[in-house]
Write a protein that binds this ligand. Structure first.
Ligand SMILES: *Cc1c(COP(=O)(O)O)cnc(C)c1O
Length: 433
């Protein structure tokens, strides 16, 4: 990997060097560290809006809807921004539904995904009036039917089919292979659709698939689309009409040298493929559920070097952020760029960037050439997606604060957690006599 100092920040131009200091928008990161402490998640409002514009352009003139896959980053400020821009939302729990309702988003643009929906979550989503339930099993169809009948409502359903295509990404984030727990095998889908049609309280509206994450090629999407279109034809012959095709999320971002897929290119290729079958591509609505690509490079994790340590195994920079703040490196062996906030001249030995947690898996980056001194600030890049949302309080470490920068202003969008808050729900047994 090239020297981080010379690299263009992954979040450029929203994160950029000015006079030798890394900025978020017009705000110098050392100023934020001073005011709010570290570790600190820093998001850029402009970057969120720019990512949304990429999808907006792709939607122009097309019968399509983008539902933000909000599990990537569910901070209310992020959700509100996308709601203002007209996004729909892809939720995976009753808790996420509560968040989208809290920011006043339109429930009519919400799709409800997930393999393990509980009855209370179904009830809440039916009462809110969501656009669609993406159902992942026959057992779930039966439960949803019961809940809908109880409430006297009709649940719009898509079946999440598993097209068995290889998204060519990390095994933990590929979801469309037949060995995954997700979806209904596409061969079993016609039977499941017949069941859906026969059950009271359900209305079949679509087909759904989501094949994985951090995908940088169009071909896996088109492979999945071909199988979905075959299914749609099969269902039509059965008298089951499909009104929308949900192709899921999964578009990749640049962490190091990946070349991301442009949403407009993907939708163009999708439309082309549908047209090639003699079908009007606008006859059915296309739904996309992007998460990472809307937020991933709109955030960084700001952390301070506590200690430098030379061991036989190499040099360590022990920082105040840890695996409880950013799990991706140890969970997926994910690579995140690490930038010095104020780069130093001179020798740049190779460091492993590690946290204070008592686990060997507690590392953020390995083998990075950096010129460092104790007290320096580092920015872990591409930390807008699957970062804060996976944070835990392991080692009784309060979770980091989150701040959103807008030009020269900044807003704390989540207070730093306190140790007192961590203990608040706990209690001890009375003394034993
Ligand atoms: C996680 C998820 C998404 C978002 O995936 P990204 O890779 O972040 O775009 C979309 N749909 C479903 C069903 C998901 O589980």
């Amino acid at each position: 990997m090239t020297n981080a100092v010379s690299a263009t920040p992954a979040g450029a131009p929203w994160f950029s060097y000015r006079q030798g200091v890394l900025h978020a928008g017009d705000v110098a990161l050392p100023k934020l560290a001073e005011a709010l402490g570290t570790p600190l998640y820093v998001y850029s409002r402009a970057a969120l809006r720019a990512a949304w514009q990429g999808y907006q352009r792709a939607l122009e003139g097309r019968n399509a809807l983008v539902c933000y896959g909000m599990k990537a980053n569910s901070n209310l400020a992020v959700l509100k921004e996308f709601a203002r821009l007209g996004a729909g939302f892809d939720i995976v729990s009753g808790g996420e539904l509560a968040r989208v309702l809290a920011v006043g988003a339109d429930p009519g643009k919400v799709v409800f995904s997930g393999v393990g929906k509980q009855a209370w979550e179904m009830r809440a989503a039916l009462e809110a009036g969501v656009l669609c339930f993406n159902v992942e099993s026959q057992a779930e169809l039966r439960r949803l039917s019961e809940v809908a009948v109880e409430l006297g409502r009709t649940a719009p359903v898509s079946l999440r089919v598993n097209p068995d295509v290889d998204p060519k990404t990390h095994p933990y984030i590929s979801t469309g292979l037949k060995e995954n727990k997700f979806g209904i095998a596409i061969a079993d889908a016609p039977e499941a659709y017949r069941l859906a049609r026969s059950l009271p309280g359900l209305a079949v509206v679509g087909v759904d698939c989501h094949i994985g994450s951090q995908i940088t090629e169009i071909s896996p999407y088109l492979d999945a689309l071909d199988k979905v279109l075959d299914l749609v034809e099969h269902l039509a012959a059965d008298g089951i009409e499909i009104r929308h095709l949900d192709l899921g999320g999964g578009l990749g971002i640049r962490y190091s040298d990946e070349i991301p897929l442009a949403p407009a290119d993907l939708l163009e290729a999708v439309h082309e493929r549908i047209r090639a079958r003699g079908i009007d591509p606008n006859a059915r609505r296309i739904i996309l559920e992007p998460g990472r690509s809307l937020v991933g490079n709109a955030g960084i994790l700001l952390t301070r070097v506590e200690y430098l340590k030379a061991a036989e195994a190499g040099r360590f920079a022990i920082v105040d952020a840890a695996m409880n703040d950013l799990l991706r490196p140890t969970l997926y062996e994910a690579w995140h760029g690490v930038l010095p906030v104020v780069p130093r001249e001179g020798e740049a030995p190779t460091y492993d960037i590690v946290g204070p947690i008592c686990e060997s898996g507690d590392w953020l980056a390995r083998g990075r050439p950096l010129s460092l001194e104790q007290g320096d600030l580092l920015a872990v890049e591409s930390a807008g997606a699957y970062a804060m949302v996976m944070a835990s309080q392991y080692n009784t470490r309060p979770r980091a604060a989150e701040v959103m920068v807008d030009g020269e202003r900044w807003y704390v969008v989540r207070e730093r957690e306190t140790v007192a808050a961590l203990m608040a729900g706990e209690s001890v047994l009375p003394d034993r006599r």
